[in-house]
Write a protein that binds this ligand. Sequence first.
Ligand code: FMN
Length: 183
Amino acid sequence: MEFKELEEKLKADWGRASVDKRHPWRYPVFATADGTQPQQRIVVLRKFIPAKWEFWFYTDYRSQKISDLKENPAVALHFYHPRQQIQVRLQGRSYIEFQNELSASELATLPENQRSDYQSALAPGSPLTEDMEEGPAAAADHFCVLRFEAQALDYLKLSREGHFRAKGEEQANGSWEWMEVQA
Ligand SMILES: Cc1cc2nc3c(=O)[nH]c(=O)nc-3n(C[C@H](O)[C@H](O)[C@H](O)COP(=O)(O)O)c2cc1C
C-alpha cells in the first residue's frame, strides 16, 4: 500500500470513529506519564481534524490525567481494530482547553445526561464516604477538552499473507515521512 493511501485510510477511519459508537477506534487507550509512572485509560474519541492530525477528547479537569499532563504534555494513544488485526500507536502532545471559548462551545453540544458526568461534587478517583455534604456542581466548573496532536505513528497490520509495519513522523513543514519497518 502506498503511504499516501495509508494516511487517507487512517484518517477516514478516525473520522468515522468520532461519529460511530460501534467503531473500535472510538475507544482508544490514552496514556500519560507523570514523570515516574505510565498511566493508561480508555477515552471516547469525540472529534478528529484530519488536516492537523488532531484528536479531541472530553474529560474532568480534576482527573489524574490532567495533573499528569500539566507535568508532562507527552501522550501516547493506542488504537486496535480486532477484525482487521490493525494496531496503531500514536505519540504527540496534548493541550488542555478549560473554561475558554472552545470548551464552552463543546459543552453546549452535550446532552444533559452527559453533562452530569462533570457535575459530581467529588473529584474522579476520590474515596466515597457516607457523610458527603456538597451538592452537584456546574458542568462548566470541571468539563474540559483535551486536544491531542499526533507527531509520530507506528502502524502494524497482521495478516496471513505477511505482516506489514510502518512508521510515520511529522516533518517541520507539516507533511509526514513514512518508512516500512520489520514487523
Ligand atoms: C468505555 C469507556 C469510555 C470512557 N470514556 C472516557 C472519556 O471520554 N473521558 C474520560 O475522562 N474518561 C473516560 N473513561 C474513564 C477513564 O477510562 C478513566 O477511568 C477516568 O477518566 C479516570 O482516569 P484518570 O484518573 O487516569 O484521569 C471511559 C471509560 C470507559 C470504560
